[in-house]
Ligand binder design. Structure first.
Ligand code: AMP
Length: 132
């Protein structure tokens, strides 16, 4: 089981932002900015472009709903999307509230937020997500 499968199954704690039967969203533990979120399929698949067309389409629509919630929770110019997958072999979309393109530079130093700040950020996104 990948670390992200364990997160989606609740076996490893995470700061939950959104979920449905098929997909799960939680805060990146090393955020580029406040509100940096990861979206994953519960099904274990490493490379995003190995996903079937239908599943990939549903994945992106779910990520869109999470992005809308992030933008409401963390007002920004746009929510940027990136797929790297170089570190964790379980497909995931990074969603990053951007004030400028510099916020999408994955070489930037990561923020160090307290547990309370992380929980507060996740709760804000969750609150917006469930309003839909
Ligand atoms: P990459 O696979 O290159 O897209 O990078 C994996 C991302 O997952 C990094 O941004 C990590 O900070 C993040 N990450 C790794 N483990 C966890 C975890 N347990 N909880 C939240 N985020 C994580």
């Amino acid at each position: 089981m990948s670390i992200f499968s364990k997160i989606a199954a609740g076996e490893i704690p995470s700061y939950k932002c959104a979920e449905n039967e098929e997909f799960y969203a939680f805060l990146d533990i090393n955020p580029l900015v406040k509100g940096h979120t990861l979206v994953i399929p519960r099904r274990e698949v490493d490379y995003i472009f190995d996903m079937e067309d239908d599943e990939l389409a549903r994945f992106e629509v779910f990520a869109k709903k999470v992005a809308v919630a992030i933008k409401r929770a963390f007002p920004c110019v746009k929510v940027g999307q990136a797929v790297l997958g170089l570190e964790v072999p379980h497909a995931h979309i990074h969603l990053v509230p951007m004030q400028s393109e510099k916020d999408m530079n994955f070489s930037n130093p990561k923020l160090s937020l307290s547990k309370e700040e992380m929980q507060e950020a996740a709760d804000k996104i969750w609150t917006e997500f469930v309003k839909e």
